[in-house]
Design a protein around this ligand. Structure first.
Ligand SMILES: [Mn+2]
Length: 221
C-alpha cells in the first residue's frame, strides 16, 4: 500500500488523471490524500468533484478555501468571482449530491504521525485543541446553521488567536487559519498574527509580514 498526497487540484482533472497514471494508482491497494481546493480556477472542477467523491474509502479529503467558497456560492451567500470556474458544478444535475458530499468532508485529518490541513495551524493551539476546533467547524458545515456559518466566514478579522474568542468571530478565525491562511508572522510586540490569501475571498489584509516565521508550505510538510 502506498499513500499519495496531492494538493490544490483546483479543477485540473486531466492533470490529476495523468498523475494517477504515472504513479500507477490502484484504488484497491493505495490511498490518496487530497489537501484541499479540489475545485476552482481550472477547467475541470465538476469532473474533479465527481471523480473524487466516487473514489470512496481510498480517498481522504480536507477542504480548502475554494471548496468552502463553492459551498457559499451554491447557497446564494457569495457571488461567483471573475476567475471562478465553479459554474458547471452549480448547473450540474447531480449538484446537490456533490455539494452534500463536499459538506461532509473534514478540515483537519490526523492519521498516526501525519496531519493534513489545507493551510495551517496556529502556534497557540495544541494538536488536541486544533482537532476540536476543526470538529466544531465540520459540525457547523453539516448542520442546520451552515448558511449562517458560510456567510460569516468571509473577512480578514480577527487575525490573531485569543482563547476568549467565541461564536462567529472564533469560527471565522479558525476557518481562516485552516483554509486560506498564507503567512504567520510576529509583529513588533511579539504577537503572532496571520494574513490570508486574497482569493476567492476579500482583498488581502495589510498585516505584518516582516519576521515571517512559518509559511503555508512549511506547515503542510
Ligand atoms: Mn487555498
Amino acid at each position: 500500500m502506498s499513500r499519495y498526497a496531492i494538493g490544490d487540484l483546483q479543477g485540473c482533472f486531466k492533470s490529476l488523471q495523468s498523475l494517477l497514471a504515472k504513479i500507477d494508482f490502484d484504488r484497491a491497494r493505495d490511498q490518496l490524500w487530497l489537501v484541499g481546493d479540489l475545485v476552482n480556477r481550472g477547467p475541470g472542477s465538476l469532473e474533479c468533484l465527481r471523480f473524487i467523491s466516487g473514489l470512496g474509502a481510498c480517498a481522504t479529503v480536507v477542504l480548502g478555501n475554494h471548496d468552502l467558497h463553492l459551498l457559499a456560492v451554491a447557497e446564494g451567500l457569495a457571488k461567483v468571482g471573475k476567475r471562478d470556474t465553479i459554474q458547471p458544478i452549480l448547473a450540474a444535475p447531480d449538484r446537490e449530491e456533490l455539494l452534500a458530499w463536499l459538506r461532509s468532508q473534514k478540515l483537519l485529518h490526523l492519521d498516526g504521525n501525519f496531519l493534513m490541513v489545507h493551510a495551517g495551524l496556529l502556534p497557540q493551539w495544541s494538536l488536541a485543541q486544533a482537532l476540536e476546533l476543526a470538529d466544531e467547524i465540520e459540525a457547523l458545515l453539516r448542520g442546520p446553521r451552515r448558511q449562517s456559518f458560510l456567510k460569516n466566514m468571509y473577512g480578514n478579522e480577527p487575525n490573531q488567536w485569543n482563547d476568549a474568542l467565541t461564536g462567529k468571530t472564533r469560527n471565522r478565525l479558525v476557518t481562516t487559519a485552516l483554509t486560506p491562511m498564507v503567512f504567520l508572522a510576529k509583529n513588533t510586540t511579539n504577537e503572532t498574527r496571520f494574513t490570508r490569501c486574497s482569493s476567492p475571498f476579500q482583498p488581502e489584509s495589510s498585516g505584518p509580514r516582516r519576521g515571517l516565521t512559518q509559511g503555508r508550505r512549511a506547515l503542510r510538510e
